[in-house]
Write a new protein. Structure first.
Length: 117
């Protein structure tokens, strides 16, 4: 059982999971590294399309083909009867981390831009 640092009261799994998620998301924002493989996230330009609903011009995506999140995504989606996988994405406009679905390992790579831009 985990205990709060401020008291001797037990912390619920839900509280601990929320705290761990918050801590992970904060580390991603500060370092722009994938929490699953520690690779640098690539700055990705959101395509200009009437079908896209991303609120910002850029996102940060892990394009490491060896990343466990991406590798395991193929089997996870196949078990659900779907084709594809997902990559880890950080959205700076919402300060949130999300999966982004891909159908091939090369998907979205044409939108990678220089991280200094």
């Amino acid at each position: 059982m985990s205990y709060s640092a401020l008291s001797n009261t037990p912390r619920s799994n839900e509280t601990r999971d929320r705290d761990e998620t918050f801590s992970r998301d904060r580390r991603v924002k500060e370092a722009l590294r994938c929490p699953h493989c520690n690779e640098q996230l690539s700055k990705w330009e959101v395509p200009d399309s009437p079908f896209n609903e991303w609120p910002s011009e850029f996102q940060y995506i892990c394009f490491n083909d060896s990343c466990a999140y991406f590798v395991e995504g193929w089997a996870t989606l196949a078990a659900q009867g779907a084709f594809g996988s997902y990559r880890f994405m950080y959205d700076p406009s919402t300060d949130g981390c999300h999966p982004v679905a891909v159908l091939t390992p090369g998907a979205f790579r044409d939108g990678i831009v220089d991280n200094e831009r």
